[in-house]
Design a protein around this ligand. Structure first.
Ligand code: ZN
Length: 68
Protein backbone atom coordinates (compact mmCIF):
# COMPACT_ATOMS: atom_id res chain seq x y z
CA UNK A 1 0.00 0.00 0.00
CA UNK A 2 1.71 3.10 -1.22
CA UNK A 3 0.95 6.23 0.57
CA UNK A 4 0.53 9.05 -1.83
CA UNK A 5 -0.13 12.21 -0.03
CA UNK A 6 -2.18 14.65 -1.92
CA UNK A 7 -2.55 17.83 -0.05
CA UNK A 8 -6.00 19.16 0.07
CA UNK A 9 -6.57 22.80 -0.54
CA UNK A 10 -7.12 23.28 3.14
CA UNK A 11 -3.79 21.67 3.97
CA UNK A 12 -2.06 23.82 1.40
CA UNK A 13 -3.67 26.83 2.95
CA UNK A 14 -2.54 25.81 6.41
CA UNK A 15 0.97 25.15 5.19
CA UNK A 16 1.06 28.47 3.46
CA UNK A 17 1.87 27.05 0.08
CA UNK A 18 0.17 27.36 -3.22
CA UNK A 19 -1.03 30.77 -2.29
CA UNK A 20 -1.37 33.26 -5.09
CA UNK A 21 0.91 36.18 -4.63
CA UNK A 22 -0.98 39.35 -4.17
CA UNK A 23 1.25 42.23 -5.08
CA UNK A 24 0.12 45.46 -3.62
CA UNK A 25 -1.27 47.72 -6.21
CA UNK A 26 0.60 50.90 -5.65
CA UNK A 27 -0.72 53.98 -7.26
CA UNK A 28 2.51 55.70 -8.02
CA UNK A 29 1.55 59.28 -8.40
CA UNK A 30 -1.47 61.43 -8.47
CA UNK A 31 -2.54 64.37 -10.47
CA UNK A 32 -1.30 67.58 -8.99
CA UNK A 33 1.67 65.99 -7.28
CA UNK A 34 5.06 67.47 -7.74
CA UNK A 35 7.07 65.66 -10.34
CA UNK A 36 9.13 62.98 -8.61
CA UNK A 37 11.82 63.28 -11.21
CA UNK A 38 12.59 66.95 -11.53
CA UNK A 39 10.42 68.51 -8.88
CA UNK A 40 9.86 71.49 -11.12
CA UNK A 41 6.26 71.03 -12.10
CA UNK A 42 3.18 69.16 -11.09
CA UNK A 43 1.92 66.08 -12.80
CA UNK A 44 -1.07 66.25 -15.05
CA UNK A 45 -2.72 63.87 -17.43
CA UNK A 46 -1.72 63.86 -21.02
CA UNK A 47 -3.75 62.63 -23.95
CA UNK A 48 -3.03 59.04 -23.03
CA UNK A 49 -4.35 59.50 -19.51
CA UNK A 50 -0.86 59.19 -18.17
CA UNK A 51 0.48 61.51 -15.58
CA UNK A 52 3.02 63.63 -17.28
CA UNK A 53 5.40 66.33 -16.22
CA UNK A 54 5.51 69.45 -18.31
CA UNK A 55 8.99 70.37 -17.17
CA UNK A 56 10.76 67.13 -17.96
CA UNK A 57 10.03 64.02 -19.93
CA UNK A 58 8.70 62.11 -16.99
CA UNK A 59 5.59 60.13 -17.76
CA UNK A 60 4.04 57.72 -15.36
CA UNK A 61 3.93 54.33 -16.98
CA UNK A 62 6.90 54.94 -19.20
CA UNK A 63 9.12 53.46 -16.57
CA UNK A 64 8.55 50.67 -14.15
CA UNK A 65 5.84 48.19 -14.95
CA UNK A 66 5.38 47.92 -18.65
CA UNK A 67 1.77 47.22 -19.13
CA UNK A 68 0.45 47.74 -22.58
ZN1 ZN B 1 9.50 66.58 -14.16
Amino acid sequence: MTQTKNLSSLEKLLLGIDLPETPETVSLHHRGELCPKCGQAILDYNGLLQLECSACEFTEGSEGVGCT
